[in-house]
Design a protein around this ligand. Structure first.
Ligand SMILES: C[S@@+](CC[C@H](N)C(=O)[O-])C[C@H]1O[C@@H](n2cnc3c(N)ncnc32)[C@H](O)[C@@H]1O
Length: 190
């Protein structure tokens, strides 16, 4: 899997380094995390850091740590960079004020362990946002063998083991387009 993403980094069409900052995925994470200046935030499974780049520009005093299993991905991300797996994050407990993971937990294989690691590194009261695809739409695309899409309840249950105030909603790319059900955002408070 790591090798897949090391190679995929060269594929700019499917793994872009930029995202339109008006997209709802960017906006809803930012709304949940709140103002980021002065905060230490982890982008987990950051890819080339397309989300981190927007937040860094919007909040110049944020301290972002971009984490990805593939060196070839994380090397283009902004902020501090760390090549590591979501299932064994090399950070102390409660090291971060907040964290987000976009379309990365679906690749983490041991999702229970990954969710517990994501939650462990966020301090009590810190906010966590996860965006992934909805299990109800499984089969809509061809996926690698290890990929898993999550039910809303399923991920909410995993988050509730570690967090309070867990919620989820369907999300579309654009505010004026109703969600088609493919993407879900889960929001939690540690
Ligand atoms: C579909 S890309 C999404 C990248 C980025 N979050 C974004 O939205 O642009 C999935 C990313 O998750 C990373 N990834 C997959 N499994 C991982 C794991 N176990 N630990 C850390 N990163 C992982 C991949 O290397 C890849 O960069």
């Amino acid at each position: 899997m790591k090798r897949f993403f090391e190679v995929a980094a060269a594929d700019e069409r499917h793994y872009p380094a930029e995202i339109d900052p008006r997209i709802e995925h960017v906006k809803q994470i930012a709304d949940h995390l709140g103002p980021l200046d002065g905060r230490v935030i982890a982008d987990l499974g950051c890819g080339k850091g397309r989300f981190a780049r927007v937040y860094q520009e919007r909040f110049p005093a944020v301290r972002l740590v971009s984490v990805d299993i593939a060196e070839a991905m994380v090397t283009s991300a902004p902020g501090a960079r760390c090549c590591a797996t979501l299932t064994a994050l090399p950070f102390r407990t409660a090291a971060f004020d907040g964290a987000y993971a976009t379309e990365s937990l679906e690749h983490a294989v041991d999702v229970e362990l990954a969710v517990s690691e994501v939650c462990r590194i966020v301090k009590p009261g810190g906010h966590i946002a996860i965006i992934d695809k909805n299990r109800e739409h499984w089969g809509r695309f061809e996926t690698p063998d290890w990929e898993q899409w999550f039910g809303r309840e399923q991920m909410e249950r995993l988050l509730r083991r570690h967090c309070r105030d867990v919620a989820s909603n369907l999300i579309s790319y654009w505010e004026d387009v109703p969600p088609d059900g493919l993407f879900v955002i889960w929001k939690a408070v540690r």
